[in-house]
Design a protein around this ligand. Structure first.
Ligand code: URA
Length: 419
């Protein structure tokens, strides 16, 4: 199989079924799967191979079903970015309409944050929820954000860890099958994908992001899951906060009817997609954020998972301000630079088993398009380990620019859609 893929041949259904299952059982060795993953990375897969690979991954574990819940279920997945905390306000917003939202989420690795790491900044909150409890919480208050059980696509747990250390993550067939196997196995009624485009995302340009979105939407539809995707801008951080507790704080601001415009725009657009696919009227989305109904669902969700939604969030022990060196316009805040800087401050992890700092991260006091003057505070770095600040600044400093000309306004954070 390694030789076939190396020499640009397609794998048969039987070969795919066997290798995915055998790797999950430990019969195929890591070095062999590494070679196969690299051959797939270099030579790609046909649509039929990707579909079969996805199904073979699903078949290594359990398939969940919410058919007996008595509620419509809707799921959302983001391919990951910097400052992307949308799941936090989105899940309770959609659940406030009576739609059940099971969000089986992940932890951060590298420069992108993880939803579970963010919520763990809330005192008492736990990501571990049994399948039985998951159903109870989906019944009321209606949304759960938790870690997937060990039986949900075990093939992906092994394969993703291997890809992470063999430079085979950013490959459309492997990303699409990894994400869609989990989402199809999860068994929700519909799926809305947020495919990020730009320096802070896996897909750096609109063309490859669109190809990934089309591959995933096709995989979903072919297996009976109503799926659509938005392509959204990740060339700069989303919102004005990066880092676990800082992002929870910003999400709560959105749930209180405030928050940065780009974050609100994306939250509302994704909620619109999810509710439309669920067949639910929702012409008052912004009102739900303003009048506290989504906030009530958020608080109930946090309490249902052991957290105290009113507790003070942890703060880092040290801060450092970055100021503008000259007058001008902020023309660039590169998502990757900010993600790496925040990671170095302690908000992210280098290895799966590393702890993260709840309070670490970056606050953006200015965003692209703002007029700034010399000495004005642009960003504040937060960390419990101040010895990390110089390395964080090394990543951050080349990633923002103050220029002479006002930059063109970004019309929308949403670039495109695949339906
Ligand atoms: N997220 C996943 O779950 N899998 C990938 O391969 C990439 C992002």
């Amino acid at each position: 199989m390694i030789r076939a893929k190396r020499d640009r041949h397609s794998l048969s259904d039987a070969q795919i079924d066997w290798v995915v299952d055998a790797y999950t059982r430990g019969v195929v060795a890591d070095e062999q799967m590494s070679a196969l993953a690299m051959a797939i990375f270099l030579n790609g897969m046909e649509p039929g191979e990707i579909a079969r690979w996805t199904n073979a991954m699903i078949d290594t574990g359990e398939r969940m079903s919410f058919a007996d819940l008595g509620k419509v279920t809707a799921d959302k997945h983001s391919t990951g970015g910097v400052g992307d905390k949308v799941t936090l306000p989105l899940a309770p917003l959609v659940a406030s309409y009576g739609v059940a939202v099971p969000q089986l989420s992940g932890r951060g690795l590298g420069h992108t944050g993880g939803t579970l790491d963010k919520l763990e900044a809330i005192p008492g909150w736990s990501a571990d929820v049994s399948n039985a409890r998951l159903r109870e919480i989906l019944a009321d208050p209606g949304c759960v954000i938790c870690a997937p059980g060990a039986d949900l696509v075990p093939a992906d747990k092994r394969l993703y860890a291997l890809r992470d250390v063999t430079a085979t993550v950013d490959c459309i067939p492997l990303i699409a099958s990894s994400i869609m196997s989990k989402k199809i196995a999860e068994g929700a009624g519909s799926l809305t994908l947020d495919v990020k485009v730009g320096s802070g995302a896996f897909m750096k340009d609109a063309q490859t992001a669109r190809a990934l979105a089309e591959t995933m939407v096709r995989l979903g539809k072919d297996s009976g899951l109503a799926t659509s995707a938005l392509l959204t801008d990740m060339s700069r951080p989303l919102g004005r906060a990066i880092g676990n507790a800082l992002e929870v704080e910003e999400s709560v601001a959105v749930l209180a009817g405030g928050g940065p415009a780009d974050l609100v725009e994306l939250t509302v657009a994704l909620a619109d997609e999810m509710l439309t696919k669920s067949g639910v009227d929702h012409d008052d989305l912004a009102e739900r954020l303003a009048d506290g109904r989504a906030m009530d669902t958020w608080k109930a969700m946090i309490r249902a998972q052991g957290g105290d939604p009113d507790a003070e969030l942890p703060r880092a022990t040290h801060t450092e301000d970055v100021v503008a060196e000259r007058d001008g316009w902020l023309t660039e805040t590169d998502a990757l630079a900010f993600g790496v800087a925040s990671w170095r401050l302690g908000a992210g992890r280098a290895r799966k088993e590393d702890p993260v700092q709840a309070g670490a991260g970056i606050e953006l006091h200015a965003v692209v398009g703002d007029k700034v003057s010399a000495g004005q505070k642009l960003f504040t770095l937060h960390t419990d380990t101040p010895e990390r600040i110089p390395r964080a600044l090394e990543a951050l400093t080349p990633g923002f620019t103050v220029g002479d000309d006002e930059p063109a306004e970004r019309a929308s954070v949403i670039l495109d859609a695949v339906k």
